[in-house]
Design a binder for this molecule. Structure first.
Ligand code: 6CS
Ligand code: FE
Length: 305
């Protein structure tokens, strides 16, 4: 194990800190693959996210939404550890490992419209670190508090560096009323080291309602004073790509309109997981791939063979 101080240490003391990012946002100058234009790459690099509108057709979205709804009602799926319920109820909040549970989502993970963006930004081949569907039903869907995904993946999963990105494929319209993803532009340039000591098996609680690995109010206020908050409202079929360290969250859904998204987390094959920090036990494989780091084959290549 390295004796060097971890540049992104967090949850090891009672103080918080703001640490400048030590990693690129776009690797290899954005030249590894051609998917986003140079203007789009610049916007992603500056803001830490980009929204691409109408990437998937209505028919594609409908098929994926039907699949997610079917799975959320299938007792054989609901009883899996992969299915996480809302705090205080049996309603399904998230289903993890979607890219292995669903052939349709397995294809989505390798879809050229997603994977080439990930390859271009991360400057290498990529694999799926985590995938999931989030369901935020009308009236009762609960919030996700502000967080940086990288903070959790670094501390709880041992992801070494900031070289991963998420994409959220919108399966319903995300409007200002149904709890859309909110992001803090520019926040990916700062790492917020969080207070508190992580309890054992923290994921059982955090995936319902996260309380450790969330920013303190002063740091959050500073990030928002610098960058503001953007609600990523867009129609079904749009995709939000965001850096692993972009501060984000979403409010509850008291509107009648359901909000459902499928998330894919791509990690660089050069950034595979090490041991978790602070002596924590590794989380289960359905939250963080650590057995096999196989580069994903884009679907077009697989089909043309
Ligand atoms: O614990 C995790 O890995 C995750 N939790 C949240 C709230 N967002 C990203 C990721 O799925
Ligand atoms: Fe997140």
């Amino acid at each position: 194990m390295s004796t060097l101080q971890d540049v992104y240490s967090s949850r090891d003391a009672y103080t918080s800190a703001i640490i400048a990012r030590q990693d690129p946002v776009v690797y290899a100058g954005g030249g590894y693959a051609q998917a986003l234009s140079s203007e789009q790459i610049d916007a992603y690099s500056r803001d830490g996210f980009i929204v691409l509108h109408n990437v998937f057709s209505q028919a594609e979205v409908q098929a994926m939404l039907d699949e997610v709804k079917r799975m959320a009602e299938d007792p054989a799926v609901v009883k899996l550890d992969e299915a996480v319920t809302e705090p205080g109820s049996d309603a399904v909040r998230s289903i993890f490992r979607m890219h292995e549970l669903s052939p349709r989502v397995s294809d989505l993970a390798r879809d050229p419209r997603l994977i080439h963006v990930a390859r271009q930004v991360l400057g290498s081949e990529v694999y799926i670190h985590q995938s999931r569907a989030n369901l935020k039903p009308g009236f009762t869907g609960k919030e996700f508090y502000w967080h940086s995904d990288f903070e959790t993946w670094h501390i709880e999963d041992g992801m070494p560096r900031m070289r991963a990105l998420s994409c959220s494929v919108l399966l319903t319209d995300n409007n200002e009323c149904n709890g859309p993803l909110m992001l803090v532009p520019g926040s990916h340039q700062q790492f917020i080291a969080c207070q508190g000591v992580t309890p054992d098996n923290h994921y059982k609680q955090s995936l319902k309602k996260q309380e450790f690995g969330v920013p303190d109010p002063v740091s959050l206020q500073l990030l928002v004073e610098q960058g503001g908050i953007r609600a990523a409202t867009a129609q079904a079929g749009s995709v939000i790509f965001f850096d692993c360290n972009t501060m984000h969250g979403s409010a509850s859904n008291i509107s009648p309109w359901a909000r459902a998204n499928v998330f894919m987390v791509y990690n660089s094959i050069e950034n595979t997981l090490e041991v978790p920090k602070n002596g924590l036990k590794p989380r289960p494989g359905y939250l963080a791939t650590r057995q096999q780091f196989v580069p994903l084959e884009p679907l077009e290549a697989a089909v043309s063979v």
